[in-house]
Design a protein around this ligand. Structure first.
Ligand SMILES: Cc1cc2nc3c(=O)[nH]c(=O)nc-3n(C[C@H](O)[C@H](O)[C@H](O)COP(=O)(O)OP(=O)(O)OC[C@H]3O[C@@H](n4cnc5c(N)ncnc54)[C@H](O)[C@@H]3O)c2cc1C
Length: 448
């Protein structure tokens, strides 16, 4: 049995793996190298720290470093960067406060995460231009807003991070403009969701520029304007949220194979092409539950779950990391928007399906019960097999119903099976026919 488990990266994937391995086998030496000072932090909560809903950055830490060290007996070393992997000698080279050294391993997990993409914009280095991917960046944005009191903001990118940051800065009293080069925001959520979200962003005062490519920023040392399509607008702070790229340089240099998405290729146990080297989280691929193809899904549960499974596998109990459906949900001011699986027909056709879809609107509660809101549900299925392929939900209440659709994907359910699912009902929570069931009924009718 392996006895030294080395982990690179001390967040969702890495600390889940380290904790699980130690719990399963207390005799195992578990060493975690984290190049920064923060570990086990909820990056997902950072927009709400900037917004002011989360009081202290420290509140986003799930388990403090000392607890890992003292209570869980994990050799956690912050301020230590792994700079080289040597699969042939089964060692990693580490740079720490006391210099460089080699650390041997029996099993190794690569949990290096991803990096926010910084396009080659003019003026990207001006003060007041930020990306938001780690805790220090969140801290810097909060500090800038507090100290400089910007009146105008440019958000570049209409993905979920851009939309969360639009809400955060709006709540801090900043006039927000959002620039998206595609025709819609929230592209992975589909146009049915985007249409509703875009209308709502407008209602909430966000100046939305779709089909608009930003080229850079201008200002005297500090950002004053955002430039786009030959035009410019005031922006005293800018947040660039145009996606992430997996941190794979270390792995690639060591001959670890990357997959078609550019993230580290892994098998069902999270194993790379090198014996005893695993990868999980934002730096790795995961298997898509509908297409069976590798996908790069940089989301928190994917990282936590794969890390936990690998932590168990390295103790001698092989545990699959599980498939991903790309299930995601985002708060956009007063709306919830959610998606899972395949949400558009073009993508379904590319994956070899014969897609058919419906979009319905239904109340989130019984029609007579106060406080209900309209939900828009889209459901997609394969015409031949009737298998549910994916869907989306958007509305002011109840978007988390997407989980029902996600379960249908994991269970490879047909539209009829979903339609016949026994879901909970009482007037304050749902109509008798939950909106997801109504969508399945309508889609079933269309298929018939
Ligand atoms: C603003 C924001 C909001 C988000 N909101 C959501 C959400 O609502 N829902 C959701 O599911 N996901 C969300 N995410 C994504 C989620 O945070 C990530 O999917 C998750 O953190 C991935 O975990 P990870 O362990 O793979 O990588 P990370 O959390 O990136 O951790 C990797 C760690 O590895 C360290 N590291 C890298 N290279 C080395 C090295 N060579 N040596 C030592 N250490 C190294 C890094 O410093 C880092 O701490 C959000 C992300 C951001 C930025």
């Amino acid at each position: 049995m392996n006895n030294t488990f080395v982990v690179v990266g001390g967040d969702a994937a890495g600390m889940s793996a380290a904790s699980k391995a130690k719990r399963e086998n207390p005799e195992m030496d578990v060493v975690v190298f984290e190049k920064g000072e923060w570990v086990s932090y909820a990056a997902c909560g950072m927009p709400y720290y900037v917004k002011g809903e989360v009081e202290a950055l420290e509140d986003l830490v799930t388990i403090p470093p000392e607890q890992f060290r003292q209570e869980r007996d994990i050799d956690l070393r912050t301020g230590h960067e792994v700079v080289d992997l040597n699969p042939n000698t089964e060692t990693v080279t580490v740079e720490g406060p006391d210099g460089q050294f080699d650390q041997p391993y029996d099993s190794l997990l690569l949990g290096m995460g991803a990096t926010a993409i910084e396009p080659p914009f003019d003026g990207i280095d001006l003060d007041g231009v930020f990306t938001i991917h780690d805790m220090d960046e969140a801290d810097a944005i909060e500090e800038y807003v507090s100290e400089q009191a910007p009146e105008t903001a440019a958000i570049v990118g209409g993905g979920y991070v851009g939309i969360e940051m639009a809400e955060a800065l709006d709540a801090r009293g900043v006039d927000v403009s959002l620039y998206e080069m595609l025709p819609n925001v929230l592209q992975p959520f589909g146009t049915e969701v985007a249409d509703v979200v875009e209308e709502h962003l407008g209602e909430r005062g966000v100046d939305l520029h779709l089909d608009t490519a930003v080229s850079g920023f201008a200002g005297d040392g500090r950002v004053e304007h955002v430039e786009f399509e030959g035009s410019s607008a005031p922006a005293e702070i800018a947040v660039v949220g145009v996606g992430v790229t997996p941190n794979v340089a270390l792995a690639e240099a060591a001959g670890i194979e990357l997959g078609p998405t550019g993230a580290i290729a892994t098998d069902e146990f999270g194993r790379t092409n090198h014996d005893n080297v695993y990868a999980a989280g934002d730096c790795a691929e995961a298997n898509h539950v509908v297409t069976g193809e590798p996908e790069h899904v940089p989301l928190a549960l994917t990282a936590n779950r794969a890390g936990r499974a690998i932590g168990q596998t390295v103790t001698g109990a092989p545990t699959p990391v599980g498939d991903t459906a790309g299930t995601a949900i985002v708060k956009a001011f007063d709306l919830g928007a959610a998606r899972t699986g395949i949400v558009d027909e073009e993508r379904a056709s590319e994956a070899g399906f014969d897609p058919i879809s419906v979009t319905i609107s239904a109340g989130s509660r019984a029609h007579y019960y106060p406080g209900g809101e309209e939900l828009t549900v889209t459901l997609l299925a394969d015409r031949d097999t009737r298998r549910v392929l994916g869907g989306s939900v958007v509305g002011r209440e109840g978007a988390k119903r997407i989980d029902t659709v996600a379960m249908a994907l994991h269970g490879e359910m047909t539209v009829t099976e979903l339609q016949n699912a026994d879901l909970a009902y009482a007037p304050p929570f749902s109509p008798v026919w939950d909106p997801v069931l109504t969508a399945a009924k309508v889609l079933g009718g269309k298929l018939a």
